[in-house]
Design a binder for this molecule. Structure first.
Ligand code: NOJ
Length: 527
């Protein structure tokens, strides 16, 4: 790997969903001042980069992923000065800032779209995708038809997501120039990188009937990020590819993206977003091993994540968030964050936040959840499905303590119903407990920082059976052995012996032997 890219393996990213992280001005909505007040906390955890979900001006039909002004801050979140203060505070602490870049669509309240929809000869009309008749049966990702009628022009516009998120027409060079200018604007302001929202949607494949993965994708990405000014910055694309596609988008000779989110492990145990299917954690392990080997052979950075703002918590979907919540949360930390790649931690994971539960749809806020509810409200188990799959599972305010609004806000009411388990699971309670997920995360991240083998060494799978995952990360100086047992007690044999570093159970004298449910342990093997 080129030295300039190798350094990204030193990054440990924390994702902030600003609406729910911390309210700094007492209006019940998280904001940038709230984030600034928590930077020492992030430093203590041990992360060195933040991915900030959209904080731009937005009418919030999709919580900020519908942008009405790419160059300004959403009123509820503060001002550009707040952003500058927050960014300076991050940089002072050695924390990089990754902004969310929403390239596929704007808000329908963006100036470009307000103009575009007025008439066919408006200069902005060509910024969006229009048809005189509905050309196909495309369904939007959030449910319902992807074409919406516009009375003033008598046409239909494409929206791959909500009706309020019209797709930009990337075939238009003016659109590509506008978006390049947006990137440059934030780079000039001090942003260190971008997480690129549904990037593979920017090129459509009308011939093959797909709203994404069109033939111009690579050309557009290279045109945007291959420019001299931004070639060196960090970019991560929300776009999964198969083995042939990955070197095409992340290859070092390509000047496209530095890495992508590979989502395969994310979707196990799901049938669509809202229904369960039987799973084994072994499926996640096999997927991880496959991609670890592949990315290592290709010498490209992989991304390591269990949670983000779009899916229920991993420990609730694919583990045990009751009796074994601590064990499960910490086991997954070792299972993912000592692997080869760039860790992404979603807010709340670090104190073992589980999914909440509600019996009323009024306790939800998300457009995708509402669309699903509307379409399925006659099903007897609809609320169970909503509780299982809703994105609001991970969008409740962070529970900092057991006080008012769980420490998130001094307002009478937060913007969304609080976490139903906030009293039992909150950061303050966690850090004061002997079984602290936060304390464990700190150990994992500190080891990552300290050990060159973990950051840059080789990955070797040592698993020799079902029900667990054992792997080694090694360089010329040392090997780190990570052992993760899954849900059943198990005797694990055949592993190398080493010095016990830490684990989530009693101190072990040996890496071999019996492991309790979700037990994990980490060892150092000196060369
Ligand atoms: C993917 C984002 O992660 C999600 O939250 C959003 O709703 C869609 N893209 C549309 O922007």
């Amino acid at each position: 790997m080129k030295e300039e890219n190798e350094k990204f393996l030193d990054w440990i990213v924390y994702q902030i969903y600003p609406r729910s992280f911390m309210d700094g001005n007492g209006d019940g909505i998280g904001d940038l001042k709230g984030i600034t007040g928590k930077l020492d906390y992030l430093k203590e955890l041990g992360v060195n980069a933040v991915w900030l979900s959209p904080c731009y001006k937005s009418p919030n039909c999709d919580n900020g992923y519908d942008i009405s002004d790419y160059r300004d801050i959403m009123d509820e979140f503060g001002t550009l000065d707040d952003w500058k203060e927050m960014t300076a505070g991050m940089h002072e602490r050695g924390i990089k800032l990754i902004m969310d870049f929403v390239a596929n669509h704007t808000s329908d309240r963006h100036y470009w779209f307000k103009e575009a929809r007025k008439s066919k000869d408006n200069p902005y009309h060509g910024y969006y995708i229009w048809r005189d008749e509905i050309p196909n049966g495309w369904q939007s990702v959030f449910g319902g038809p992807a074409w919406e009628y516009n009375g003033a022009t008598g046409e239909y516009y494409l929206h791959s997501f909500a009706v309020g998120q019209p797709d930009l027409n990337w075939e238009n060079p003016k659109v590509r120039k506008e978006m390049a200018d947006v990137i440059d604007y934030w780079v000039d302001m001090g942003a260190d990188g971008f997480r690129c929202d549904v990037l593979n949607f920017i090129s459509k494949d009308f011939k093959k009937g797909k709203m994404f993965d069109g033939p111009k994708f690579h050309e557009y990405v290279k045109e945007l990020f291959g420019r001299e000014k931004v070639r060196g910055i960090f970019t991560v694309g929300e776009c999964s590819f198969g083995k042939e596609g990955i070197p095409q988008i992340c290859g070092e000779d390509r000047d496209e993206l530095k890495c992508i989110f590979q989502f395969e492990h994310f979707y196990i145990g799901q049938e669509g977003k809202f229904c369960r299917r039987p799973y084994k954690i072994d499926e996640a392990r096999d997927i991880l091993v496959k991609w670890q080997n592949f990315y290592q052979d290709e010498d490209l950075p992989y991304t390591l994540f269990t949670d983000n703002h779009d899916n229920a918590h991993y420990i609730s979907r694919l583990g045990n968030d009751g009796k074994y919540r601590y064990e499960c949360a910490t086991m997954y930390a070792v299972m993912f964050y000592l692997l080869r790649g760039i860790p992404f931690i979603y807010q709340g994971q670090e104190y073992g936040s589980p999914d909440p539960r509600y019996s009323d749809i009024k306790d939800f806020d998300d457009v995708e959840t509402f669309n699903y509810f509307e379409a399925n409200k006659n099903l007897p188990d609809v609320m169970d499905r909503i509780n299982y799959g809703s994105r609001d599972n991970v969008r409740r305010p962070v529970c900092w303590n057991g006080g008012k609004n769980y420490g998130f806000s001094s307002a009478d009411k937060a913007w969304i119903t609080l976490h139903s388990r906030g009293e039992e699971v909150n950061l303050e309670r966690d850090v004061n407990s002997e079984k602290s997920v936060f304390a464990f995360y700190k150990k994992v991240l500190a080891l990552r920082k300290e050990s060159g083998a973990v950051r840059h060494g080789r990955f070797t799978d040592l698993t020799a059976g079902e029900g667990y995952f054992a792997y080694e990360r090694s360089d010329a100086n040392e090997s780190i052995l990570a052992v993760c047992n899954f849900e059943n007690p198990k005797s694990i044999e055949g592993l190398p012996c080493g010095e016990y570093l830490f684990g989530n159970g009693a101190k072990r004298r040996d890496s071999n032997g019996s492991y309790a449910p979700y037990e994990t342990a980490v060892f150092r093997i000196k060369r």
